[in-house]
Design a protein. Structure first.
Length: 319
């Protein structure tokens, strides 16, 4: 790797690991000239997860650059064979809460990505986002698959895992089946406009955990699941994200301002309110991934319950 980076003009002086999550490993690189970069290493696609996250993120970062958006990292070098990317470093502080100005910054980010000129010229390079809503059955199929994997997981025999296993059986699974059935029943009553499916550019894995604040500006990063998606699901992803679910006031401001900024009709709102209860389930199932991998701890479990009791119960069907 050092020799490959040296060919790109990056002579590594210092290499510091500052994140090793379930999804990837991230390093901070300082070169001989004291320039700082990010080295992001991705898991290779496999039978259990065939997604090429390295390629998806490199394509999305190139798309962002082509759109002229300045508040995301730049792709310096991409090695798809060895599954790593080199990104520019962003100075900034963690984001813990959002105000109205921040919501407007998120909307501006979405709007720039989805300017008609940018979509027509550059979106052909993008794959569908991970778990994209291609049609009315995409999200239910995704949720059924995620629930099945969790139920079939070979988990530890400790008290916490058994507690979670019982909760999945007694609470999560019945609620999931109920909402999927209600969704199917409502499909025949709610006019859905699926022409919006996979025509909008979405960062996908959204939330304050993938933002940094520098001065008065928000910077956005982490696009390994990004691509084209349904505007309704894109919106629901932002509003219900577990790290910072929007308040009702923020949700209304987000939906109204996004509609006006994109200059599109609000026909997609009915679809948004129909799929939002399913998107909250999707986030809960994603949060349970450490349980499936036998890496769950009490802190993560408490966070799941807190999200479930607040956001999921507050985002039922409201049509």
């Amino acid at each position: 790797m050092r020799s490959l980076l040296k060919l790109q003009g990056i002579d590594i002086y210092k290499l510091e690991k500052f994140n090793k999550g379930i999804n990837n490993t991230v390093f901070k690189i300082t070169d001989q000239h004291n320039h700082i970069y990010v080295l992001k290493m991705y898991p290779k696609p496999n039978d259990l997860d065939p997604r090429d996250r390295c390629k998806s993120e490199s394509l999305f970062l190139n798309y962002i650059s082509n759109c002229g958006f300045a508040f995301s990292p730049k792709l310096i070098y991409s090695d798809l064979l060895n599954h790593f990317n080199i990104l520019s470093w962003i100075d900034g502080k963690e984001v813990f809460e959002l105000n109205t100005k921040d919501i407007d910054s998120i909307i501006s980010f979405i709007a720039i990505l989805n300017l008609p000129d940018n979509i027509s010229k550059h979106s052909f390079m993008l794959p569908n986002a991970s778990g994209a809503c291609i049609d009315n059955q995409s999200l239910p199929i995704t949720i059924k698959s995620m629930l099945s994997k969790i139920q079939d997981a070979q988990v530890a025999n400790d008290s916490l895992s058994l507690q979670i296993q019982n909760w999945i059986h007694d609470v999560l699974a019945p609620l999931t089946h109920y909402r999927l059935k209600k969704y199917e029943n409502l499909l025949s009553k709610v006019p859905l406009h699926t022409s919006y499916a996979c025509t909008y550019c979405s960062p996908s894995d959204v939330g304050i955990h993938n933002m940094l604040r520098f001065g008065s500006k928000l910077y956005f990063f982490d696009f390994e699941y990004a691509g084209l998606d349904d505007i309704s699901k894109l919106s629901a992803d932002w509003v219900t994200q577990p790290e910072y679910p929007f308040t009702q006031t923020q949700e209304l401001h987000f939906l109204t301002t996004l509609k006006n900024t994109l200059n599109v009709s609000d026909k997609w709102h009915s679809r948004y309110y129909l799929i939002k209860p399913l998107v909250t389930l999707k986030w809960a199932l994603i949060m349970l991934r450490p349980y499936r991998l036998n890496k769950i701890n009490t802190q993560t479990w408490n966070k799941i319950i807190e999200y479930f009791d607040s956001s999921i119960n507050n985002h039922d069907f409201n049509l």
